[in-house]
Write a protein that binds this ligand. Structure first.
Ligand code: XLS
Ligand code: NI
Ligand code: NI
Length: 481
């Protein structure tokens, strides 16, 4: 194809993707047969996942693809049940709205319960599928964006009314058995947000975003949400030439202050979380990484009000490891939640894959176990992860979550082994032993001035410098995997 034709095709497909999320196409994909009615009814006969029963723990030797090999919810590890360390959550947007579309290709996933519309009836039916899914998977939590779960109306009032209808269904299905890990407002898809939401150059957009977040906080509160997330997908810039960065950052801070005030006003006790991401969709996003976010919160006096949601794939996009981002959040007392996913080492964008690397999961769990308050509750592990475009069977949804859960469960088991063995923490402790001295204590207490340190340097002469033992550390770490 000529490049102009390719461009046209890409644009068309982008429109298809956009429609799949944003409005209600009236036609059904050809292969949906009689199920594709676009009807007003949210009825669905029988189960959404027939033939799949509750996923059980069968142990490492099991060959059953629909069983856990490592995740045993009730098993005690390091003084806590596995399910309480991990607090797994299903991300509604990927699992129930992910279509498989990409910038070059149309949707590939046509789940049997979908009727090809974005109607209110479809939204309710989808919500029922969600709860059957999490029940069968043995997960207690879920997460959503406002726009994933309910269609937009013509006005803010109509949109809010749609949301209320679907939220009422969700509330009933949640009962006391399931919980909302977090809710969030989707402030990036609609063209009105092209310059950002809280950092838009348009005051009308700022106000519209505030109305949307206000409502999303209300429904999160109504559903007993344990956290509320801010991911600033378009809070950033494409060029500094047309951007007043200082003004935009101040607007963002004021927006977050208003969110804190509203949270208090409605009596919402959940944790507010900021999810850093360096870029994509914009060239530069203001919540670049954990350190940038911590600095922003501190500058604006917001540290007491927010924690950070670390997403592993965002960590690597910012040029860090997930472990680095988790440790940065942790040592700042800001580690609040994990969006559990991973990228592809050969691809430079947010591929949102399920984490299957055992070593990586062990590093993640090291930070979680070391977290000041022991774990990340009221946060959890939200599977902000999607099937590959080419994975199109309903059972793939289960398989993907099972391996994601098993991988983190293995990480937790490995951390327990490392802690029991003790040699890794011994190695680290020994490395800093020279500070476990009188002079070290003075330095750490801020009582060693340069005159004193010079006196010591003259007295000691050339210091002996010990080996860093990196390979030994790696050997010990690997022995636990
Ligand atoms: C996108 C983000 C998004 C947030 C919620 O990259 O990960 O999915 O988690 O808005
Ligand atoms: Ni995320
Ligand atoms: Ni992401």
């Amino acid at each position: 194809m000529k490049s102009a034709e390719i461009l046209l095709l890409v644009l068309c497909l982008k429109v298809v993707c956009f429609l799949a999320f944003a409005s209600a196409p009236s036609t059904c994909p050809a292969d949906l047969g009689s199920k594709c009615s676009g009807s007003e009814s949210d009825e669905w006969e029988g189960e959404f996942f027939p033939g799949i029963t509750k996923i059980k723990y069968e142990g490492p030797s099991s060959k059953n693809r629909l069983a856990f090999k490592w995740y045993n919810a009730e098993e005690d590890i390091l003084g806590k049940k596995m399910k309480d360390w991990l607090r797994f959550s299903v991300a509604f947007w990927h699992t129930f709205r992910g279509s498989g579309a990409d910038p070059f290709g149309a949707p590939t996933k046509f789940w049997p319960w979908e009727d090809g519309t974005n109607s209110l009836a479809m939204a309710k039916r989808r919500m029922r599928a969600n709860f059957e899914f999490i029940e069968k998977l043995g997960v207690e939590f879920w997460c959503f964006h406002d726009k994933d779960i309910a269609p937009d109306g013509k006005t803010i009032e109509e949109t809010n009314a749609n949301l209320d209808e679907v939220v009422a269904v969700a509330k009933e299905l949640q009962g006391s058995k399931f919980h909302l890990l977090w809710g969030t407002a989707q402030l990036f898809l609609h063209p009105r947000y092209m310059h950002g939401a809280a950092t838009s150059s348009e005051v009308g957009v700022y106000a519209y975003a505030a109305a949307q977040v206000k409502k999303a906080m209300e429904v999160t509160h109504y559903l007993g949400g344990e956290n509320y997330v801010f991911w600033g997908g378009r809070e950033g810039y494409q060029t500094l030439l047309n951007t007043d960065m200082e003004r935009e950052l101040n607007h963002l801070a004021k927006f977050l202050e208003a969110a804190v005030a509203y949270k208090k006003k409605i009596g919402f006790n959940g944790t507010l979380l900021i999810e850093p991401k360096p870029q994509e969709p914009t060239k530069h996003q203001y919540d670049w990484d954990a350190a940038t976010t911590a600095n922003f919160l501190r500058t604006h006096g917001l540290t007491g009000e927010f924690k950070i949601n670390i997403e592993c794939n965002h960590a690597t996009l910012s040029g860090h490891s997930c472990h680095h981002e988790l440790e940065t959040a942790r040592i700042n007392g800001l580690l609040g939640n994990i969006d559990a996913n991973t990228g592809d080492p050969q691809i430079g964008w947010d591929t949102d894959q399920f984490l299957t690397d055992i070593g990586e999961a062990t590093l993640v769990m090291l930070s979680v176990v070391r977290n000041v308050w022991g774990g990340i509750a009221p946060g959890g592990f939200n599977f902000d992860a999607k099937l590959r475009r080419e994975s199109t069977d309903v059972e793939d949804l289960f398989i993907a979550h099972i391996i994601g859960m098993d991988t983190l469960a293995r990480g937790l088991r490995n951390v327990a082994k490392l802690i029991e063995d003790g040699s890794l923490s011994d190695l680290v402790r020994k490395r800093y032993e020279s500070f476990d001295t009188e002079i070290g204590a003075l330095i750490e207490a801020g009582k060693a001035d340069f005159e004193l340190l010079e006196k010591k340097a003259l007295e000691w002469g050339e210091p002996k410098v010990a080996s860093g033992k990196q390979e030994l550390a790696e050997m010990i770490f690997q022995s636990a995997l």
